[in-house]
Every structure is written in structure tokens, then in C-alpha cells.
Design a protein around this ligand. Structure first.
Ligand SMILES: NC(=O)c1ccc[n+]([C@@H]2O[C@H](COP(=O)([O-])OP(=O)(O)OC[C@H]3O[C@@H](n4cnc5c(N)ncnc54)[C@H](OP(=O)(O)O)[C@@H]3O)[C@@H](O)[C@H]2O)c1
Length: 275
């Protein structure tokens, strides 16, 4: 599978498996199965309460740990250096690994000492316990401050991105700085299946609308995606999206969709448009 490799020590398959909101045995089974089918990129987080379930899957799977890219994240109320270190230790313990491949700050907050939080994140990378580091849900102004002003070597940003939400400015920024952009909720929680334009493109190629939506993301330079799928059929269908042949006519149709449908915007979300 195509990978994103960059100078910030990232080496990540473009298609991964999202694990929220799976818990316990359901999550372990889904991850073991995904690894059997060929997935080599798993997305988890402390806040998902499923890192131990993912850890069980990593142990049970016949795929060696070093062939699997694992991303995890620290929650926004754990961003003081002490709490962050404790959270990160828990993450590694739960995953039963001595490193993660990518470690992200899950959400920004206003109640933090940004410089110390970032220093702590960088220390995980320096210790070799986070192979690469990044942020999720940071608006452009904040990611710019972190990367350009504070010069933190971020390998990736993870944000909601799909056919009905533009992330053009963040993507430009990511490309300028050799960062990956990991699309979460890449199927817009399966709303893409109800979009007539996506259905039309899918019918033309004899594939599923979800496959069109995923291929549109994955074919973009520096873009990865982590669709969540619990059952074998959806996991396989999502992997097979890599083979969907989109053409310029399809891309033009997708470009005309409304691009302001944001699904994930909790009360603690930042002002998304801060540039
Ligand atoms: N950083 C963040 O703040 C953040 C926020 C949200 C999500 N995430 C990450 O991103 C991952 C994915 O996002 P998401 O779960 O919000 O949304 P999503 O991946 O867009 O959609 C998941 C939904 O689509 C269904 N689905 C998957 N493949 C399908 C297929 N081929 N055909 C039909 N339905 C299909 C799944 O059902 P089944 O399970 O039944 O297959 C599930 O209900 C999460 O699991 C999490 O790891 C990160």
C-alpha cells in the first residue's frame, strides 16, 4: 500500500483503521481481523478507552509489531507536562509497546502553557518512544504558530476531512511543511452513501459510494484516511477503494459539492477558521 514517508520520521500507510467507538473484545476482534486483511495502520487514543483492546490485538496478531503503524493521542485535559507524561506512559502500557509510531495532541485547549506542552511532546520523540509527533483539530493559526514560530517538527495533523468538508488551507500548509494530513471521519460517518453525486460516480464505476469517497482522499498527495469499520465486509471494501479508478470528471463533480459539512465539533472545539 502507498505510504507517506517524511523527514519527520513518519512512515505511515495511507489507509488506516479508525477504532472509535469500538471497545473491549469488539475492538480487539476488529483490529486482529483488519491486520489479517492487510491493514497496517491503526488509529486509537487515550480518550477512546480502547488502547488496551488494541494492545491485545497487537499481541494476538501474527503480524509483527514493527510492521504496524500505531497512532495514539493525549486528551486535552491532560496537557500539563506531568499529566501528559502520565497519560503517555499509560498509552504505551495499554498498547504493550515501548513506542507509538505517531503521537498526537488530540485537541487544543486554551488552558495550557503551549510552549511546555509542546516541549513535552517533543521529549517523547527525543526519547524514541514516539517515532513521530503531531496534532489533531488544530486550526491553521495554531498549527502555524507551532510549526513556523516554535519550530516544532510536526510530522502530521489529523482533522475531519471528506468530500463535503474543505481542508484546502490546512492541506496547503501540510504540503509546504512536509506533513501528512490524516483525514478522520473520512466517510462523514457514512453520509457519503446518501450523496447523489457520489452515488452517481460510484454507479459509473460499479463500486460503492464509500469507496469513491475514500479513493478521492487517498489519491491526494500527503493525505491519509482512517475510516472506522467493524465488520469484515466494510473493512475489505474500504481496502479495495485503493483500486477505484477516479477520473477528472469525477473529481470535478466532487469539487462542486458543498464543502462546509462538519460533523465533529464539540463544545470544546477551537474556532475552526482561525488563520
Ligand atoms: N482526532 C479526532 O478528534 C477524531 C475524531 C473522530 C474520529 N477520529 C478517528 O477517525 C476514525 C473514523 O472516523 P468516524 O468513525 O468518525 O467516521 P467514519 O470512518 O467516516 O465512519 C464510520 C462509520 O461508517 C461505517 N462504514 C465504514 N465502512 C463502511 C462501508 N464500506 N460501507 C458502509 N458503511 C461503512 C462504519 O460502520 P461499521 O463499523 O458498521 O463498519 C461506521 O458507522 C475514528 O474511528 C477515529 O479513529 C478522530
Amino acid at each position: 500500500m502507498q505510504r507517506i514517508v517524511n523527514r519527520h520520521q513518519l512512515n505511515m500507510p495511507k489507509l488506516g483503521l479508525g477504532t472509535w467507538p469500538m471497545l473491549g473484545d469488539e475492538c480487539t476482534r476488529a483490529v486482529v481481523q483488519a491486520l489479517e486483511l492487510g491493514y497496517r495502520h491503526i488509529d486509537t487514543a487515550a480518550a477512546y478507552n480502547n488502547e488496551a483492546a488494541v494492545g491485545d490485538a497487537l499481541v494476538q496478531s501474527t503480524v509483527p509489531r514493527e510492521q504496524i503503524h500505531v497512532t495514539s493521542k493525549v486528551w486535552w485535559d491532560q496537557l500539563s507536562p506531568e499529566r501528559m507524561r502520565a497519560s503517555f506512559d499509560n498509552t504505551l502500557r495499554a498498547l504493550r509497546s515501548d513506542y507509538v509510531d505517531l503521537f498526537l495532541i488530540h485537541w487544543p485547549t486554551q488552558d495550557w502553557d503551549l510552549a511546555r506542552t509542546l516541549e513535552t511532546l517533543v521529549s517523547f520523540k527525543e526519547e524514541g518512544r514516539a517515532r513521530a509527533i503531531g496534532v489533531a483539530n488544530f486550526p491553521l493559526a495554531l498549527v502555524r504558530e507551532v510549526v513556523e514560530v516554535m519550530q516544532v517538527p510536526l510530522a502530521a495533523m489529523q482533522v475531519e476531512y471528506h468530500v463535503a468538508l474543505s481542508q484546502a488551507k490546512l492541506l496547503d500548509f501540510a504540503r509546504q511543511h512536509d506533513m501528512a494530513l490524516i483525514a478522520y471521519s473520512p466517510l462523514a460517518r457514512n453520509k457519503v452513501s446518501e450523496m447523489p453525486e457520489i452515488q452517481q460516480i460510484a454507479a459509473r464505476h460499479g463500486v460503492q459510494p464509500t469507496q469513491v469517497a475514500l479513493k478521492w482522499l487517498i489519491e491526494q498527495e500527503q493525505v491519509a484516511a482512517v475510516p472506522k469499520a467493524s465488520g469484515k465486509a466494510n473493512q475489505l471494501a474500504n481496502l479495495a477503494s485503493l483500486d477505484v479508478p477516479l477520473d477528472d470528471e469525477d473529481r470535478a463533480l466532487i469539487a462542486q459539492l458543498p464543502k462546509n459539512i462538519r460533523i465533529v465539533s464539540p463544545a470544546f472545539a477551537p474556532a475552526w477558521d482561525a488563520e
